[in-house]
Write a protein of this length. Structure first.
Length: 318
């Protein structure tokens, strides 16, 4: 029997009994548990096979709730929250002592966001605790953007995926932390650097080498299909170097129809970057399921969300 269900009450009851429920958000599905339940939080790490040094994001119902989990909030953080919540922005802030260190991997900071999905917002408002939720995939694998992706990964490990349809945005939230008052982007994501800088001025982007183990979303290999995957800015050239038989292509713009390619999906036939983000993980799930020898993904323009998509593709190819 399918574990996918729209039963909000059951989701609430499971979460109140220290169990996990996969929840929809506008970015990707999350594997959620009560932040104050040690049983639930340990179960999240176990289910994902996620290392304990990798902290979790805390999902809260609205901006007013922030003061229950974070303190000493920089002015620029408040400005961003006011502008983008509910939405694909995660803020890393000093934590309240009441936030369990199991959530934050022993750090004094906590990552927080208000997700923008009607079903999950409704759920959060009926619960009297926030939800810790990493993306609902085994550690390092492709993130889930449909309830079926979660079911495929975890049908034997969790009781319920709360059905909220396909995720609107399709890649993870952008993570912003602070050094004093200075904003630092820890992870590129749905919210583009341009959109953030329009509100708070220049931000720095954390260099991968400096980041470990601060934001393992920046780990070199992550978001990865099982099939060998190549990022290419010239499909034609890449095809010349390959001797594989079954080649999959994830292109951008009108289909290219190369005779060497056995399956081609376009992330957006009209070259729309938002559409490409929305489709990226689903297309990777699809190509990964059909037993190809290699998947080639076309590099996207490095502007706006294109930069975040390229970041994910690059990590999928390491
Ligand atoms: O869109 C999203 O953010 C999704 C949905 C479900 O909300 N969640 C998600 O969670 O992507 P996860 O666990 O896959 O990625 C969380 C990232 C990790 O890279 C983690 O290292 C970073 O957030 N993180 C969490 N707490 C942190 C902290 N205190 N300091 C720095 N990075 C932190
Ligand atoms: Mg993840």
């Amino acid at each position: 029997m399918s574990i996918i269900s729209k039963d909000l009450n059951r989701a609430k009851q499971l979460l109140e009994s220290n169990e996990l429920v996969a929840i929809p958000t506008e970015t990707v599905y999350g594997l959620a548990g009560n932040i104050y339940s040690e049983t639930a939080i340990k179960q999240i790490f176990k289910t994902k096979e996620r290392p304990l040094f990798n902290p979790l994001i805390v999902h809260i119902p609205d901006s007013d709730y922030l003061e229950n989990v974070a303190m000493e909030i920089p002015e620029k953080a408040s400005k961003l929250a006011k502008k983008f919540w509910p939405g694909p922005l995660t803020l890393v802030l000093n934590k309240k002592p009441t936030v369990p260190v199991l959530i934050t991997a022993g750090k004094d900071t906590v990552a927080v966001r208000v997700p923008n999905h009607p079903v999950t917002l409704k759920l959060l408002k009926t619960l009297d605790f926030p939800l810790a939720a990493p993306s609902a995939n085994p550690f390092g694998n492709i993130s889930p953007t449909r309830p079926e992706h979660v079911e495929k990964y975890f049908s034997k490990k969790i009781k319920m995926v709360l059905d909220g349809g396909a995720c609107k945005e399709g890649i993870e939230s952008t993570i912003v932390g602070f050094n004093g008052e200075d904003p630092i982007v820890y992870r590129l994501g749905t919210l583009s650097i341009e959109e953030i800088e329009a509100i708070i001025g220049p931000v720095s982007i954390l260099n991968k080498k400096e980041v470990l183990p601060d934001a393992p979303g920046m780990l070199e290999r992550h978001y990865a299909p099982k099939t060998t995957t190549i990022l290419s800015d010239s499909i034609q050239k890449t095809l010349k170097t390959l001797e594989y038989k079954k080649i999959g292509l994830l292109s951008f713009g009108p289909k290219k129809n190369f005779p060497e390619v056995s399956t081609e999906l376009s992330l957006s036939e009209s070259s729309n970057l938002e559409e490409a983000a929305q489709k990226l993980y689903d297309a990777m799930h699809q190509l990964d399921a059909i037993d190809l020898d290699v998947i080639i993904i076309e590099k996207l323009p490095e502007t706006g969300i294109g930069r975040s998509i390229n970041d994910r593709i690059l990590r999928a190819t390491k």
